[in-house]
Design a protein around this ligand. Structure first.
Ligand SMILES: *Cc1c(COP(=O)(O)O)cnc(C)c1O
Length: 354
């Protein structure tokens, strides 16, 4: 790639897009420079107009809602389901009003949201379904890959994701040729491959106010190499997750463990626990790093203050923020490591009871 001298939006990117299309079954894959940009550009390409409302979950990564604002829309929050942490289809229906044109479910942590339920509500309310499938590479239901149940979806290749680059990268997935063409133009300054009158040579027009969100070839090259190992990594993650679940089920203080399903891909292994912050401190003191995804719900973030939400509006989202903890999980981890983490958790709650 370096010898070839084309570092951005070049041949490696095209190769990776084709490989990812084959892996996911997407008709169109548009490589961009982050999952966040993929969401913004997909919403724009799918026809979001200024002021359009988009129903999003109150519990997710910030970009699930800020992308709506960046695309010119207005997020409307809905609560999640307590198991699986996906948006609750009944809450989507209750939240949808006259100006609502989109719903954007997020597939969080290790399984798909209730996508059939969301699609049913979307049909009833006339909503376009865009999936925040940033975390969901490898998750499929009935042969359909995440991001392809509705109008389109995204992937993030942030280094910590299941398929991670060595920097930022992302992609739009869609089966719609018009949306693909628009997203393709938007990532590259809004250029379409047309001439203007008889102006020669440029062969591009600024048809839309696009952005610079091209993918770097070095990221595409790394992702291409790692794509070959992806299914092996996913299988390894699954067996480590099963080990965690077997070890932690029924442990005092552990409220909920994820139960592997057919659509499960363990991007992260998230449990619900009592005294979450104390447990995290205990694990950290013993050399075990954990993460909290996500410490505060979206409806209470300062940047959405004008929506006027308060604590108590979305109890399931708030409960998830208070009690969830992501335990270490990566393909190179050993089952002994898993047992060691589980041993520390058991000891922590035994110590508190004594
Ligand atoms: C990671 C992530 C994003 C954003 O992806 P970036 O590549 O970091 O911009 C969006 N939504 C969810 C749910 C994510 O986990």
């Amino acid at each position: 790639m370096i010898e070839n001298g084309k570092y951005s939006h070049g041949r490696k990117v095209a190769e990776f897009e084709a490989a990812l299309a084959a892996y996911t079954g997407a008709r169109f894959v548009i490589g961009v420079n982050s999952g966040t940009d993929a969401l913004v550009l997909l919403l724009r390409a799918a026809g979001l107009r200024p002021g359009d409302e988009v129903v999003v979950p109150a519990f997710s990564f910030g970009a699930s809602a800020t992308s709506v604002v960046l695309a010119g829309g207005r997020p409307v929050f809905a609560d999640i389901e307590p198991v699986g942490y996906g948006i609750d289809p009944a809450a989507v229906e209750a939240a949808a009003g006259e100006r609502t044109r989109f719903v954007m479910p997020t597939h969080l942590f290790s399984q798909l949201a209730d996508i059939d339920g969301v699609l049913r509500v979307a049909r009833r309310c006339g909503l376009i379904v865009i999936e925040d499938s940033a975390e969901a590479i490898g998750m499929r239901r009935g042969g359909t890959h995440a991001g392809l149940f509705g109008t389109g979806g995204v992937l993030s290749f942030f280094p910590t994701k299941t398929l991670g680059a060595i920097g930022d990268a992302g992609a739009v997935l869609t089966g719609d040729p018009r949306i693909a063409e628009t997203a393709d133009a938007l990532r590259h300054h809004g250029r379409f491959g047309a001439t203007i009158g008889d102006f020669p040579a440029i062969a591009t027009t600024t048809g839309l106010p696009g952005v610079n969100s091209k993918m770097d070839d070095v990221q595409a090259a790394v992702l291409l190499a790692k794509l070959d190992r992806l299914d092996g990594d996913i299988a390894r993650r699954a067996s480590l997750a099963t080990r965690y679940t077997e070890s932690l089920e029924g442990v005092t203080g552990v409220r909920k463990v994820p139960l592997p399903r057919r659509d499960s891909v363990f991007y992260v292994y998230v449990v619900e626990v009592d005294s979450r912050d104390d447990l995290a401190a205990h694990l950290s003191a013993n050399g075990v790093q954990t993460e909290i995804y996500y410490p505060a719900p979206l409806h209470l973030q300062p940047c959405f203050a004008e929506l006027g939400h308060r604590e108590g509006d979305f109890p399931n989202a708030e409960n998830a923020c208070r009690h969830t903890l992501a335990l270490p999980l990566y393909p190179d981890m050993s089952t002994d490591d898993v047992e060691q983490v589980c041993g520390l958790i058991r000891a922590f709650y035994q110590g508190r009871r004594a």
